[in-house]
Write a protein of this length. Structure first.
Length: 426
Protein backbone atom coordinates (compact mmCIF):
# COMPACT_ATOMS: atom_id res chain seq x y z
CA UNK A 1 0.00 0.00 0.00
CA UNK A 2 1.72 3.18 -1.20
CA UNK A 3 0.73 5.31 1.78
CA UNK A 4 1.51 2.79 4.49
CA UNK A 5 5.23 2.26 4.02
CA UNK A 6 6.08 2.98 7.69
CA UNK A 7 3.91 0.13 8.93
CA UNK A 8 5.72 -2.42 6.76
CA UNK A 9 8.65 -2.19 9.17
CA UNK A 10 6.41 -3.52 11.91
CA UNK A 11 4.91 -6.44 9.98
CA UNK A 12 7.38 -9.14 10.94
CA UNK A 13 7.28 -8.13 14.61
CA UNK A 14 3.48 -8.09 14.64
CA UNK A 15 3.47 -11.64 13.31
CA UNK A 16 6.21 -12.71 15.70
CA UNK A 17 4.57 -11.31 18.83
CA UNK A 18 0.92 -12.04 18.00
CA UNK A 19 1.20 -15.70 18.96
CA UNK A 20 2.83 -15.27 22.38
CA UNK A 21 2.41 -11.59 23.29
CA UNK A 22 -0.74 -10.32 21.54
CA UNK A 23 -1.09 -7.24 23.77
CA UNK A 24 2.47 -6.26 22.89
CA UNK A 25 1.75 -6.83 19.20
CA UNK A 26 -1.39 -4.68 19.43
CA UNK A 27 0.53 -1.84 21.07
CA UNK A 28 3.12 -2.04 18.31
CA UNK A 29 0.44 -2.06 15.62
CA UNK A 30 -1.25 0.97 17.20
CA UNK A 31 2.09 2.77 17.47
CA UNK A 32 2.97 2.04 13.84
CA UNK A 33 -0.38 3.20 12.50
CA UNK A 34 -0.26 6.31 14.72
CA UNK A 35 3.22 7.12 13.37
CA UNK A 36 1.93 6.76 9.83
CA UNK A 37 -0.96 9.06 10.68
CA UNK A 38 1.49 11.74 11.79
CA UNK A 39 3.18 11.39 8.42
CA UNK A 40 -0.18 11.80 6.67
CA UNK A 41 -0.73 15.00 8.63
CA UNK A 42 2.67 16.65 8.45
CA UNK A 43 4.22 15.07 5.33
CA UNK A 44 1.29 14.22 3.05
CA UNK A 45 1.80 12.84 -0.42
CA UNK A 46 2.02 16.04 -2.47
CA UNK A 47 1.20 14.13 -5.65
CA UNK A 48 -2.38 13.85 -4.37
CA UNK A 49 -4.83 16.74 -4.17
CA UNK A 50 -5.71 18.17 -0.70
CA UNK A 51 -8.97 16.24 -0.37
CA UNK A 52 -7.25 12.90 -0.84
CA UNK A 53 -4.45 13.91 1.54
CA UNK A 54 -7.16 14.59 4.14
CA UNK A 55 -8.85 11.28 3.28
CA UNK A 56 -5.74 9.29 4.26
CA UNK A 57 -5.86 10.84 7.75
CA UNK A 58 -9.60 10.32 7.99
CA UNK A 59 -9.35 6.63 7.20
CA UNK A 60 -6.43 6.07 9.55
CA UNK A 61 -8.31 7.77 12.39
CA UNK A 62 -11.18 5.38 11.70
CA UNK A 63 -8.83 2.41 11.97
CA UNK A 64 -7.12 3.58 15.15
CA UNK A 65 -10.33 4.29 17.09
CA UNK A 66 -11.28 0.62 17.78
CA UNK A 67 -7.69 -0.20 18.80
CA UNK A 68 -7.57 2.69 21.26
CA UNK A 69 -11.16 2.49 22.50
CA UNK A 70 -12.57 -1.03 21.94
CA UNK A 71 -15.16 -0.61 24.71
CA UNK A 72 -16.93 1.95 22.54
CA UNK A 73 -16.55 0.05 19.26
CA UNK A 74 -19.05 -2.06 17.32
CA UNK A 75 -17.81 -4.65 14.85
CA UNK A 76 -19.57 -4.34 11.49
CA UNK A 77 -19.74 -5.77 8.00
CA UNK A 78 -18.89 -3.45 5.15
CA UNK A 79 -22.43 -2.32 4.18
CA UNK A 80 -23.88 -1.92 7.69
CA UNK A 81 -25.59 1.50 8.07
CA UNK A 82 -23.48 3.35 10.64
CA UNK A 83 -25.49 6.49 11.38
CA UNK A 84 -26.98 4.86 14.48
CA UNK A 85 -23.50 3.98 15.74
CA UNK A 86 -22.09 7.45 15.16
CA UNK A 87 -25.08 9.06 16.85
CA UNK A 88 -24.38 6.87 19.89
CA UNK A 89 -20.71 7.94 19.89
CA UNK A 90 -19.54 4.47 18.87
CA UNK A 91 -16.69 3.56 16.52
CA UNK A 92 -17.38 1.32 13.49
CA UNK A 93 -14.93 -1.61 13.65
CA UNK A 94 -14.90 -2.94 10.11
CA UNK A 95 -13.58 -6.40 9.26
CA UNK A 96 -12.62 -5.76 5.63
CA UNK A 97 -10.83 -2.48 6.38
CA UNK A 98 -8.78 -3.98 9.21
CA UNK A 99 -7.69 -6.84 6.99
CA UNK A 100 -6.60 -4.36 4.31
CA UNK A 101 -4.45 -2.49 6.81
CA UNK A 102 -3.01 -5.69 8.27
CA UNK A 103 -2.06 -6.76 4.75
CA UNK A 104 -0.59 -3.30 4.13
CA UNK A 105 1.53 -3.90 7.25
CA UNK A 106 2.75 -7.13 5.59
CA UNK A 107 1.41 -9.21 8.46
CA UNK A 108 -1.51 -11.07 6.88
CA UNK A 109 0.15 -14.41 6.15
CA UNK A 110 0.28 -15.62 9.76
CA UNK A 111 -3.38 -14.77 10.33
CA UNK A 112 -4.57 -16.38 7.11
CA UNK A 113 -2.78 -19.57 8.09
CA UNK A 114 -4.10 -19.38 11.64
CA UNK A 115 -7.68 -19.16 10.39
CA UNK A 116 -7.24 -22.11 8.04
CA UNK A 117 -5.55 -24.17 10.78
CA UNK A 118 -8.57 -23.54 13.00
CA UNK A 119 -10.89 -25.09 10.42
CA UNK A 120 -11.87 -22.07 8.29
CA UNK A 121 -12.16 -23.01 4.62
CA UNK A 122 -9.34 -22.02 2.27
CA UNK A 123 -11.97 -20.67 -0.12
CA UNK A 124 -13.39 -18.16 2.37
CA UNK A 125 -12.70 -14.53 1.44
CA UNK A 126 -9.15 -13.58 2.51
CA UNK A 127 -10.39 -10.37 4.13
CA UNK A 128 -12.54 -12.43 6.49
CA UNK A 129 -9.88 -15.08 7.05
CA UNK A 130 -7.25 -12.47 7.91
CA UNK A 131 -9.52 -10.84 10.47
CA UNK A 132 -10.58 -14.16 12.04
CA UNK A 133 -6.94 -15.24 12.36
CA UNK A 134 -5.92 -11.89 13.86
CA UNK A 135 -8.82 -12.07 16.32
CA UNK A 136 -7.94 -15.58 17.42
CA UNK A 137 -4.32 -14.71 18.11
CA UNK A 138 -5.49 -11.88 20.36
CA UNK A 139 -4.16 -9.07 18.16
CA UNK A 140 -7.56 -7.46 17.64
CA UNK A 141 -9.52 -6.33 20.70
CA UNK A 142 -12.97 -7.47 21.78
CA UNK A 143 -15.78 -5.16 20.58
CA UNK A 144 -18.79 -4.11 22.62
CA UNK A 145 -21.10 -5.96 20.23
CA UNK A 146 -21.46 -6.94 16.56
CA UNK A 147 -23.88 -5.69 13.87
CA UNK A 148 -23.81 -7.07 10.33
CA UNK A 149 -25.89 -7.68 7.23
CA UNK A 150 -26.28 -10.58 4.81
CA UNK A 151 -25.89 -8.14 1.91
CA UNK A 152 -23.69 -9.18 -1.03
CA UNK A 153 -21.23 -11.40 0.82
CA UNK A 154 -22.19 -14.92 1.89
CA UNK A 155 -19.07 -15.01 4.10
CA UNK A 156 -20.79 -12.57 6.48
CA UNK A 157 -23.13 -15.18 7.89
CA UNK A 158 -20.25 -17.47 8.81
CA UNK A 159 -17.69 -14.87 9.88
CA UNK A 160 -19.76 -12.76 12.24
CA UNK A 161 -21.46 -15.68 13.95
CA UNK A 162 -18.00 -17.16 14.43
CA UNK A 163 -16.63 -13.90 15.85
CA UNK A 164 -19.61 -13.42 18.16
CA UNK A 165 -18.99 -16.87 19.62
CA UNK A 166 -15.25 -16.27 19.88
CA UNK A 167 -15.53 -12.88 21.60
CA UNK A 168 -18.65 -13.88 23.55
CA UNK A 169 -20.49 -10.69 22.63
CA UNK A 170 -24.09 -10.11 21.46
CA UNK A 171 -24.71 -9.76 17.72
CA UNK A 172 -27.46 -8.38 15.52
CA UNK A 173 -27.99 -9.32 11.88
CA UNK A 174 -29.87 -7.17 9.36
CA UNK A 175 -31.62 -9.41 6.83
CA UNK A 176 -31.80 -7.70 3.43
CA UNK A 177 -34.16 -9.40 0.94
CA UNK A 178 -33.11 -9.59 -2.70
CA UNK A 179 -36.23 -7.98 -4.19
CA UNK A 180 -36.54 -4.21 -4.57
CA UNK A 181 -39.99 -3.14 -3.40
CA UNK A 182 -41.79 -1.06 -0.79
CA UNK A 183 -42.64 -4.07 1.37
CA UNK A 184 -38.97 -4.96 1.78
CA UNK A 185 -38.00 -1.37 2.58
CA UNK A 186 -40.52 -1.39 5.45
CA UNK A 187 -39.30 -4.84 6.56
CA UNK A 188 -35.66 -3.77 6.75
CA UNK A 189 -36.48 -0.36 8.27
CA UNK A 190 -38.24 -2.17 11.12
CA UNK A 191 -35.06 -4.16 11.68
CA UNK A 192 -33.11 -0.91 11.97
CA UNK A 193 -35.48 0.26 14.66
CA UNK A 194 -34.73 -2.97 16.50
CA UNK A 195 -31.02 -2.34 15.87
CA UNK A 196 -31.37 1.00 17.68
CA UNK A 197 -32.86 -0.81 20.68
CA UNK A 198 -30.11 -3.45 20.49
CA UNK A 199 -27.31 -0.86 20.41
CA UNK A 200 -28.79 1.15 23.26
CA UNK A 201 -29.29 -1.97 25.38
CA UNK A 202 -25.81 -3.38 24.93
CA UNK A 203 -23.82 -0.15 25.06
CA UNK A 204 -25.82 1.97 27.49
CA UNK A 205 -25.89 4.80 24.92
CA UNK A 206 -28.93 6.89 24.00
CA UNK A 207 -29.74 7.68 20.37
CA UNK A 208 -31.81 10.83 19.80
CA UNK A 209 -34.42 10.46 17.06
CA UNK A 210 -34.16 14.16 16.13
CA UNK A 211 -30.36 14.02 15.94
CA UNK A 212 -30.55 10.82 13.90
CA UNK A 213 -32.88 12.51 11.43
CA UNK A 214 -30.36 15.34 10.99
CA UNK A 215 -27.52 12.84 10.56
CA UNK A 216 -29.35 10.88 7.88
CA UNK A 217 -30.10 14.14 6.07
CA UNK A 218 -26.36 14.82 6.11
CA UNK A 219 -25.81 11.36 4.60
CA UNK A 220 -28.16 12.24 1.77
CA UNK A 221 -26.40 15.56 1.12
CA UNK A 222 -23.03 13.83 1.13
CA UNK A 223 -24.12 11.18 -1.38
CA UNK A 224 -25.61 13.85 -3.65
CA UNK A 225 -22.36 15.84 -3.53
CA UNK A 226 -20.33 12.71 -4.23
CA UNK A 227 -22.48 11.99 -7.28
CA UNK A 228 -21.98 15.56 -8.46
CA UNK A 229 -18.23 15.20 -8.00
CA UNK A 230 -18.14 12.01 -10.07
CA UNK A 231 -19.91 13.80 -12.92
CA UNK A 232 -17.75 16.93 -12.78
CA UNK A 233 -14.43 15.07 -12.54
CA UNK A 234 -15.11 13.50 -15.94
CA UNK A 235 -13.61 16.62 -17.52
CA UNK A 236 -10.71 16.93 -15.07
CA UNK A 237 -7.40 15.23 -14.31
CA UNK A 238 -7.29 13.91 -10.74
CA UNK A 239 -4.16 11.91 -9.83
CA UNK A 240 -4.88 8.58 -8.15
CA UNK A 241 -2.89 5.89 -6.42
CA UNK A 242 -4.28 2.43 -5.63
CA UNK A 243 -5.41 3.08 -2.06
CA UNK A 244 -7.28 6.38 -2.39
CA UNK A 245 -10.22 4.79 -4.27
CA UNK A 246 -10.41 2.16 -1.52
CA UNK A 247 -10.27 4.80 1.22
CA UNK A 248 -13.02 6.74 -0.55
CA UNK A 249 -15.19 3.67 -0.92
CA UNK A 250 -14.78 2.71 2.72
CA UNK A 251 -15.39 6.14 4.25
CA UNK A 252 -18.49 6.58 2.04
CA UNK A 253 -19.83 3.53 3.86
CA UNK A 254 -18.60 3.57 7.47
CA UNK A 255 -18.39 7.38 7.91
CA UNK A 256 -21.52 8.33 6.00
CA UNK A 257 -23.49 10.86 8.03
CA UNK A 258 -20.45 12.34 9.78
CA UNK A 259 -19.30 15.93 9.38
CA UNK A 260 -15.85 14.62 8.45
CA UNK A 261 -17.14 12.66 5.44
CA UNK A 262 -19.24 15.60 4.26
CA UNK A 263 -16.19 17.85 4.57
CA UNK A 264 -14.14 15.40 2.49
CA UNK A 265 -16.64 15.42 -0.36
CA UNK A 266 -16.82 19.22 -0.25
CA UNK A 267 -13.02 19.28 -0.50
CA UNK A 268 -13.18 16.99 -3.55
CA UNK A 269 -15.38 19.51 -5.35
CA UNK A 270 -13.08 22.35 -4.29
CA UNK A 271 -10.07 20.53 -5.76
CA UNK A 272 -11.79 20.33 -9.14
CA UNK A 273 -11.85 24.13 -9.39
CA UNK A 274 -8.09 24.21 -10.04
CA UNK A 275 -7.66 20.76 -11.60
CA UNK A 276 -6.35 20.66 -15.20
CA UNK A 277 -8.36 19.18 -18.07
CA UNK A 278 -8.72 15.39 -18.28
CA UNK A 279 -5.88 13.50 -19.94
CA UNK A 280 -4.78 9.96 -20.53
CA UNK A 281 -6.68 6.67 -20.40
CA UNK A 282 -9.48 6.50 -17.85
CA UNK A 283 -10.27 3.27 -15.98
CA UNK A 284 -13.36 2.45 -13.94
CA UNK A 285 -12.66 -0.31 -11.38
CA UNK A 286 -15.20 -2.91 -10.29
CA UNK A 287 -14.75 -4.58 -6.88
CA UNK A 288 -11.72 -4.30 -4.59
CA UNK A 289 -8.25 -3.21 -5.72
CA UNK A 290 -5.11 -5.34 -5.07
CA UNK A 291 -3.12 -2.41 -3.65
CA UNK A 292 -0.19 -4.70 -2.80
CA UNK A 293 0.35 -5.77 -6.42
CA UNK A 294 3.48 -4.28 -7.96
CA UNK A 295 2.13 -5.10 -11.42
CA UNK A 296 -1.05 -3.08 -10.85
CA UNK A 297 0.93 -0.29 -9.18
CA UNK A 298 3.34 -0.03 -12.10
CA UNK A 299 0.43 0.20 -14.53
CA UNK A 300 -2.00 2.49 -12.72
CA UNK A 301 -0.63 4.27 -9.65
CA UNK A 302 -0.11 8.04 -9.98
CA UNK A 303 0.27 8.00 -13.76
CA UNK A 304 -0.61 10.92 -16.00
CA UNK A 305 -1.25 8.69 -18.99
CA UNK A 306 -3.72 6.42 -17.16
CA UNK A 307 -5.80 6.81 -14.00
CA UNK A 308 -8.50 5.03 -12.02
CA UNK A 309 -11.36 7.54 -12.29
CA UNK A 310 -13.95 5.65 -10.25
CA UNK A 311 -14.34 2.64 -8.00
CA UNK A 312 -17.53 0.63 -7.60
CA UNK A 313 -17.36 0.52 -3.80
CA UNK A 314 -17.75 4.30 -3.57
CA UNK A 315 -20.94 4.14 -5.64
CA UNK A 316 -22.96 1.14 -4.53
CA UNK A 317 -25.99 3.15 -3.41
CA UNK A 318 -28.86 4.23 -5.64
CA UNK A 319 -29.03 7.91 -4.67
CA UNK A 320 -32.35 8.40 -6.49
CA UNK A 321 -34.11 6.41 -3.75
CA UNK A 322 -34.98 8.51 -0.69
CA UNK A 323 -37.55 8.53 2.11
CA UNK A 324 -38.46 11.09 4.76
CA UNK A 325 -38.35 8.55 7.56
CA UNK A 326 -34.66 8.18 8.57
CA UNK A 327 -34.92 4.42 9.05
CA UNK A 328 -36.51 3.92 5.66
CA UNK A 329 -33.95 6.26 4.09
CA UNK A 330 -31.06 4.19 5.48
CA UNK A 331 -32.72 1.00 4.35
CA UNK A 332 -33.36 2.32 0.85
CA UNK A 333 -29.58 2.16 0.53
CA UNK A 334 -29.62 -1.54 1.39
CA UNK A 335 -32.72 -2.75 -0.45
CA UNK A 336 -31.78 -0.78 -3.59
CA UNK A 337 -28.07 -1.48 -3.16
CA UNK A 338 -26.21 -2.29 -6.37
CA UNK A 339 -25.05 -5.64 -4.99
CA UNK A 340 -28.47 -6.69 -3.72
CA UNK A 341 -30.27 -9.27 -5.80
CA UNK A 342 -29.49 -10.33 -9.34
CA UNK A 343 -26.00 -9.57 -10.70
CA UNK A 344 -27.57 -7.67 -13.59
CA UNK A 345 -28.39 -4.83 -11.16
CA UNK A 346 -24.74 -4.52 -10.20
CA UNK A 347 -23.68 -4.56 -13.84
CA UNK A 348 -26.16 -1.88 -14.88
CA UNK A 349 -25.11 0.34 -11.97
CA UNK A 350 -21.44 -0.14 -12.87
CA UNK A 351 -22.17 0.70 -16.50
CA UNK A 352 -23.99 3.87 -15.43
CA UNK A 353 -21.12 5.04 -13.24
CA UNK A 354 -18.41 4.15 -15.75
CA UNK A 355 -20.20 6.33 -18.29
CA UNK A 356 -20.62 9.08 -15.70
CA UNK A 357 -16.83 9.10 -15.16
CA UNK A 358 -16.26 9.07 -18.94
CA UNK A 359 -14.20 5.89 -18.58
CA UNK A 360 -12.39 4.44 -21.58
CA UNK A 361 -12.38 0.92 -20.13
CA UNK A 362 -13.33 -1.14 -17.10
CA UNK A 363 -11.45 -3.62 -14.93
CA UNK A 364 -13.61 -6.27 -13.25
CA UNK A 365 -11.48 -7.71 -10.45
CA UNK A 366 -12.28 -11.34 -9.63
CA UNK A 367 -11.20 -11.37 -5.99
CA UNK A 368 -10.52 -14.95 -4.91
CA UNK A 369 -13.34 -16.20 -2.68
CA UNK A 370 -15.98 -13.71 -3.83
CA UNK A 371 -18.61 -15.86 -5.52
CA UNK A 372 -20.84 -12.88 -6.32
CA UNK A 373 -18.08 -11.27 -8.37
CA UNK A 374 -16.73 -14.41 -10.02
CA UNK A 375 -20.23 -15.51 -10.99
CA UNK A 376 -21.06 -12.23 -12.73
CA UNK A 377 -17.81 -11.63 -14.59
CA UNK A 378 -18.70 -13.13 -17.99
CA UNK A 379 -22.12 -11.54 -18.02
CA UNK A 380 -20.51 -8.20 -17.11
CA UNK A 381 -17.96 -8.44 -19.92
CA UNK A 382 -20.68 -9.12 -22.47
CA UNK A 383 -22.92 -6.31 -21.24
CA UNK A 384 -20.19 -3.65 -20.97
CA UNK A 385 -18.74 -4.44 -24.40
CA UNK A 386 -22.20 -4.38 -25.98
CA UNK A 387 -22.30 -0.80 -24.75
CA UNK A 388 -18.90 0.13 -26.17
CA UNK A 389 -16.86 -0.18 -22.99
CA UNK A 390 -14.01 -2.73 -23.13
CA UNK A 391 -13.78 -4.78 -19.94
CA UNK A 392 -10.80 -6.70 -18.60
CA UNK A 393 -11.50 -9.57 -16.21
CA UNK A 394 -8.53 -9.66 -13.87
CA UNK A 395 -8.12 -12.59 -11.46
CA UNK A 396 -6.34 -12.19 -8.13
CA UNK A 397 -6.70 -11.48 -4.42
CA UNK A 398 -7.21 -8.08 -2.88
CA UNK A 399 -5.74 -8.97 0.51
CA UNK A 400 -3.49 -12.05 0.29
CA UNK A 401 -0.22 -11.06 -1.37
CA UNK A 402 0.89 -14.71 -1.53
CA UNK A 403 -1.78 -15.30 -4.17
CA UNK A 404 0.81 -14.57 -6.86
CA UNK A 405 0.15 -14.29 -10.58
CA UNK A 406 2.07 -11.02 -10.92
CA UNK A 407 3.52 -11.90 -14.32
CA UNK A 408 0.12 -12.69 -15.79
CA UNK A 409 -1.40 -9.58 -14.20
CA UNK A 410 1.29 -7.35 -15.70
CA UNK A 411 0.92 -8.90 -19.15
CA UNK A 412 -2.87 -8.69 -19.26
CA UNK A 413 -3.03 -5.14 -17.89
CA UNK A 414 -0.37 -3.92 -20.30
CA UNK A 415 -2.17 -5.46 -23.27
CA UNK A 416 -5.51 -4.01 -22.15
CA UNK A 417 -4.13 -0.49 -21.71
CA UNK A 418 -2.36 -0.66 -25.07
CA UNK A 419 -5.63 -1.69 -26.70
CA UNK A 420 -7.46 1.24 -25.10
CA UNK A 421 -4.76 3.65 -26.23
CA UNK A 422 -4.94 2.37 -29.80
CA UNK A 423 -8.71 2.64 -29.74
CA UNK A 424 -8.48 6.26 -28.59
CA UNK A 425 -6.13 7.07 -31.52
CA UNK A 426 -8.51 5.68 -34.14
Amino acid sequence: MDNLDITETFGKYIEKWSGGSPERARRLLTFGWSAQNLKFRYQPDKRLYPADQYLAQLMMNTMLAPLKDPENSVMISVFTPCELLHEAGLHPYNVEAFSCYISASRAERLFLQNAEDSGISETLCSYHKTFIGAAKTGLLPKPRCIVYTNLACDANLLTFRHLAEFYQVPSFVIDVPTKQNRENVIYVADQLRHMKTFVEKHTGKHISEDALRERVARSRRTLDLLDRYQSERADKYVPSDLVTPLYGGMTSLVLLGTKEEERYVQMLLKDLESAPPAKGTRIYWMHTIPFWSQAVRDALSLKENVQIVGCEFAQTFDITQHAEDPYEDMEMRLVYHALSGDNSRRIEMGLKHARQADADGVVWFNHWGCKHTLGGSRLAKKRFEENGLPLLILDGDGCDRSHGGEGQTATRLEAFLEMLEEKADE
